[in-house]
Design a protein around this ligand. Structure first.
Ligand SMILES: [Zn+2]
Length: 289
């Protein structure tokens, strides 16, 4: 009973402060009201780009010391990855997936980067830190644009330009080996952007910005974090309607992680997108690079 009352007040407070939207959606809409914040579609279409960063065990609580929690997290990431990817393929939904290079590195080039305890955990739970041949085969689809998410998932803002070059050289190398072509889209780990000259030098044509505007030709807007509990079906539906009211065409980037997204929740959100009359696209098809 007590918690019901608490929830009622919390709900009411949220409505008063943010027009009924979750706070991140509310802030996004405020940004959108500024003309500069709009990311119009040149042909007046309404498109959504669904984008998933894939790091499995990397940069999880594992690295902060709670191994048991991290392994559970890695396992659920693997499970969600396979079921969600299967769904994307079956339903033929254009989308983007960015992969941390170490997951594709059979020789684990940067193992020296990790502490002895971390190295041991990686060796003992190799399946959590590697894409299998089946995983890669699943990612090769005309509807999915595979891209890169750094090599070791280190933050580019904390790297020297030599380290950034090392990251890029290695992620491009392992990506080309697995996919037989060069990666073109990149999401920076944690969206911490730096060393863009190095990134361009290695052939990347576009990346997710750390803001909605202003953008360079190489960027798509940050868009919104696409995770259950952050962007629910009701908020998403109202957001799509509101954008349509105020903009002639729009490109909406929604990004998240396989770890967080359950396939049933995802299917529900996708229904909202479809019934609002929006279509899904890859970044490559939108930017036409
Ligand atoms: Zn990441």
């Amino acid at each position: 009973m007590g918690s019901q009352i608490f929830n009622f007040f919390r709900h009411t407070k949220r409505k008063l402060l943010t027009g009924g939207f979750a706070e991140t959606v509310h802030l996004f809409l405020k940004d959108l009201e500024k003309q500069n914040g709009a990311f119009r579609h040149p042909d007046g279409k309404y498109v959504v780009n669904l984008s998933f960063d894939l790091e499995l065990g990397f940069n999880t609580p594992f690295w902060e010391g709670d191994l048991r929690k991290a392994l559970a997290y890695g396992t659920s990431a693997q499970n969600n990855f396979l079921s969600l990817l299967g769904y994307l393929r079956e339903e033929r939904i254009p989308s983007n997936v960015q992969i941390a290079g170490l997951l594709m590195d059979e020789e684990l080039t940067m193992l020296s980067l990790f502490s002895p305890a971390q190295r041991e955990a990686i060796r003992n739970h190799r399946e959590l830190f590697a894409l299998s041949h089946e995983d890669v085969a699943m990612l090769i689809s005309p509807d999915i644009e595979a891209g890169i998410h750094g090599f070791s998932h280190r933050h580019f803002t904390e790297l020297s330009s030599q380290d950034a070059d090392y990251e890029m050289r290695n992620v491009v190398r392992v990506f080309e080996k697995k996919f037989g072509k060069a990666p073109e889209f990149m999401s920076f780990p944690k969206n911490y952007i730096a060393h863009t000259d190095v990134v361009k030098k290695h052939g990347v044509k576009c990346w997710r910005a750390d803001r909605q505007h202003p953008l360079t030709d190489f960027e798509i807007p940050l868009g919104l974090w696409f995770a259950p509990g952050v962007l629910g079906a009701s908020d998403l539906g109202r957001l799509l309607a509101k954008i349509k009211e105020s903009h002639m065409g729009y490109f909406l980037h929604l990004w998240g992680h396989f770890t967080e997204m359950d396939v049933r929740v995802f299917a529900e959100l996708l229904d909202v997108i479809k019934s609002a009359g929006w279509k899904c696209t890859t970044v490559k098809n939108f930017k036409q690079y």
